[in-house]
Design a protein around this ligand. Sequence first.
Ligand code: OAD
Length: 251
Amino acid sequence: MSGTSALHDARAMVQGARRVVALTGAGISAESGVPTFRDAGGLWRKYRVEELATPEALLRDPRTVWEWYDHRRSFLATCEPNPAHRALARFFLRRGTGGLITQNVDGLHTRAALEEAGDRAPNAVLPIELHGAIARDRCNSCGVRAPGEPLGDSLPRCARCGGMRRPDVVLFGEALDGTSLARAQSMAASADLCLVIGTTAEVYPAAAIPWTTLHSGGHIIEVNIQTTSLTSAASIALQGKAGEVLPALLG
Ligand code: OAD
């Protein structure tokens, strides 16, 4: 973890903030065993994105795309939220206002939110999942959503219109859900502090979220094991693992 004085200053900044948003990326789930994308060993170092995660690939070779997502879906179902997901869920539960925005499709924030909320209403802590949720399917034609099921011999079809079903995740080159993006941008604009955790902050429009808070007069605290293109814009950069830094920062 970074120096105790940086942590001390960061804790004071969090406690003094009027409105906090958090933007998370693959790094927050690394300690749950989920591979990241751009680190050494990351998914995009091993696989070709254009063969697996583009709308063109889905139309050209839906079976290959489906098999890859089906494999990731069943692997992610075995992963558990880690102390970083739990610390954020408890933090936003205590605050009672929403502010959690994630690029992750693994559903671990949602699981931590539901588990930490217990009998309380989890609405304030449910994340905005900007890139979708891998556990869900969506019809490529009519857009209706349905819980995902393990892949069988034939590719799943939409129960309503018969169209092709696909994992409910944003593929490269596709637009994000407009309502979710607008909510996230408006939360970032009204926040005076943006926590940026475990992301290279390179994939737009998600990467613009911290800049929105900054340009509205707010501050950034970054939590990452490395420096990123955002580090120099952060008021405080805490270098360390999210699962160790966040409980200390938010607890
Ligand atoms: P990346 O793989 O680009 O970045 C992961 C970041 O997490 C890096 O900056 C690491 O240094 C950091 N990191 C790794 N382990 C960590 C730990 N234990 N604690 C803290 N930080 C850690 O992943 P994202 O930035 O999330 O999009 O990638 C953004 C988007 O690109 C993803 O949502 C996905 C991908 O292609 C789509 O699939 C549309």
